[in-house]
Design a binder for this molecule. Structure first.
Ligand code: BDP
Length: 596
């Protein structure tokens, strides 16, 4: 799916701004046939939760109705008009002037609907019914229940994840135009040999057309290659590759000429190769070392809503620390962030919202733990989000690997049967054939883990000396080393990547002893891990948990959110930031183990 941009043939109208919001509760039903009763004012894009002040509003579960009105200029009426949502969390029903025009399930991928014939001259009323309910059929998953309180049914969700269940219209709502014959999608793949790159540009077109012209421009806007047809082949004679932290973006201009019109689209494209070879992760044929973070889309006031100044600052802070990568834990991030990562040269692991597919996560059980794969009914949602994520992000140079899930119960019988087809599906969807991974939890130990032969890279989340051997750095070090030795003995000949390790730390707490939650303990914790990592050449990187403190549901294990940030939620550094910076600025992007 193409990102909406203005081009010579297309116009974009942004419907962001202040919308009206109503919470649906028993006795307060909303009917889209009538304008919403005067409700709350709410900013779109953004999570509704932190914009309103009442506690029961912030934690409301169920339907949340949004409404706005707009008109379109009469000179656009002969164009094809498309209404597009960057994301609505977790599901949406969209009504235009009271009529249902589309529905979408899944809170982190875009969807669109043509409205050329439904839009009216003059004022139009756009209503969106958002639901933040999750259960064992959705991604992410949660336990859904209903309770009768004071004679009224109250909906409840207990999340299978450690981040606040922010909801709303999280990303921009846009109306865009195209000519009647239009470019539906573009897929770019390439092969590099020596100086030369062979670029294949596949154009998907709706409507009758005469010809397709593809032109590739360099960053100086000079034409470097041209091609013709729906499957155009272009040659760049002296290619400048996109490198981690040294990005270079060509622009692919696609022109589709139809009898009465021409549609034009400009796609930024970085040329870089990715390959897993033995225990190395190669980018542009060189062994890459991941330095960076697991993150969240989480900021004050915006919640999980798009916050571009924060995206810019986060990448600048990362760069300053010598980081070169992040994972979109635990859902696909905004298209705006992916475009920024392309431009800034960040290496991204792109993850689905399949977080903690683990039936034991959230429920009390007597005796034997329930088997996750008997309980979860997420196959359909999983296939859908993989399809939507890969389709949306397939052209991004920043994306070097797909993460199918974070911390599923891959030690439960049935995990292989569940994941094998999903991994195959991911591979079949990607024209660039990127590596595929699953991020493993602490139970996924050598000997118990059932899926690691299916993935290209073994990604580990480990919390020795935190959740296990709490505060005992010696015991944690031994446990970590012992586990890695066990993996080593398996001789898997695959790269290992640490995608999470961390310790909650409250900015400003200090101690001369190794006391959890203090800034000193966080430093010692990371020093211990890094000492062990450096002993194993099959480890191809370290992404700490987390970039910044983030909001979670309340609980005795959380002090106003998860405090494992290297920065606090306001993006102020903790002491560890300076230690990590010192380590990472001394680790090159490539050949770390050779140069060590
Ligand atoms: C891991 C999860 C992550 C949590 C983290 C933690 O992948 O989402 O926030 O633990 O407990 O299990 O901090």
């Amino acid at each position: 799916m193409l990102y909406p941009i203005n081009t010579e043939s297309r116009a974009v109208i942004d419907l962001s701004g202040i919308w009206t919001l109503q919470l649906e509760k028993e006795g307060n039903d909303c009917n889209p046939r009538n304008p919403l009763k005067k409700g709350y004012s709410v900013a779109v894009p953004g999570s509704f939760n932190d914009q309103l002040v009442e506690q029961d509003v912030r934690t409301h579960i169920g339907n949340i109705w949004y409404e706005t009105t707009f008109s379109i200029p009469h000179y656009l009426k002969d164009n094809r008009l498309v209404l597009r949502f960057g994301s609505v969390t977790h599901s949406a029903q969209v009504y235009l002037n009271g009529e249902l025009i589309t529905e979408h399930k899944g809170g982190f991928t875009p969807f669109e609907v043509e409205v050329s014939s439904t839009i009216k001259p003059g004022e139009n009323r756009l209503t969106v019914c958002v639901s933040n309910i999750i259960d064992y059929t959705t991604l992410p998953v949660g336990v859904y229940s209903e309770e009768v309180v004071d004679g009224k049914t109250v909906k409840k969700v207990s999340e299978n994840f450690d981040f606040f269940n922010y909801a709303g219209i999280h990303r921009p709502v846009k109306l865009y135009t195209t000519p009647k014959t239009f470019i539906e999608d573009v897929a770019v793949a390439y092969e590099v040999s020596g100086e030369q790159a062979q670029v294949s540009v596949q154009t998907f077109i709706q409507g009758e057309y005469d010809n397709v012209r593809v032109t590739l421009f360099n960053e100086d806007n000079e034409r470097v290659a041209t091609g013709e047809g729906k499957e155009a082949e272009l040659t760049i004679e002296a290619v400048r590759q996109w490198e981690p932290l040294d990005s270079y973006l060509y622009t692919v201009k696609v022109e589709v000429t139809a009898p009465n019109d021409t549609d034009i689209y400009h796609l930024p494209v970085g040329i870089r190769t990715v390959e897993v070879k033995g225990s190395q992760f190669l980018i542009n044929n060189k062994p890459f070392y991941f330095k960076g973070f697991g993150k969240h889309e989480d900021t004050y006031l915006h919640g999980r809503g798009l916050n571009e100044p924060s995206n810019v600052l986060d990448l600048n802070l990362m760069k300053q620390m010598g980081a070169n990568s992040f994972r979109t834990s635990h859902y696909p991030y905004s298209e705006e962030m992916m475009r920024l990562a392309d431009r800034e040269g960040f290496v991204v692991i792109d993850e689905t919202p399949a977080v903690s597919l683990y039936a034991g996560f959230n429920v009390q059980f007597d005796g034997e733990e329930p088997n996750t794969w008997d309980e979860m009914q997420t196959k359909e949602a999983h296939e859908l989000v993989l399809k939507e994520m890969v389709e949306r992000d397939k052209n991004h140079a920043c994306v070097v690997m797909w993460s199918v899930a974070n911390e599923p119960a891959t030690h439960h019988e049935g995990a292989r049967e569940y994941f094998e087809p999903l991994i195959e599906l991911t591979r079949s969807l990607d024209p660039q054939n990127r590596p595929v991974t699953i991020v493993y939890n602490m139970e996924a130990l050598p000997g118990q883990e059932l899926t690691h032969d299916l993935v290209d890279v073994i990604c580990l989340n480990r919390y020795y000396s935190w959740y296990l051997q709490t505060a005992d750095l010696k015991a944690g070090e031994k446990a970590l080393r012992d586990e890695l030795k066990e993996w080593e003995q398996k001789d898997l000949n695959k790269p290992f990547l640490f995608t999470e390790y961390g310790a909650d730390t409250v900015s400003g707490l200090h101690s001369v002893q190794d006391i959890p939650f203090t800034e000193e303990f966080q430093v010692h914790y990371y020093e211990m891990y890094h000492k062990v990592f450096d002993e194993f050449p099959f480890i191809v990187g370290e992404q700490v948990w987390n970039f910044a403190d983030f909001e979670t549901k309340v609980g005795t294990g959380r002090v106003q959110g998860n405090k494992k940030g290297i920065f606090n939620r306001a993006r102020e550094p903790k002491m560890i930031a300076y230690f990590l910076k010192q380590r990472w600025l001394n680790i090159p992007e490539f050949d770390y183990h050779l140069k060590k």
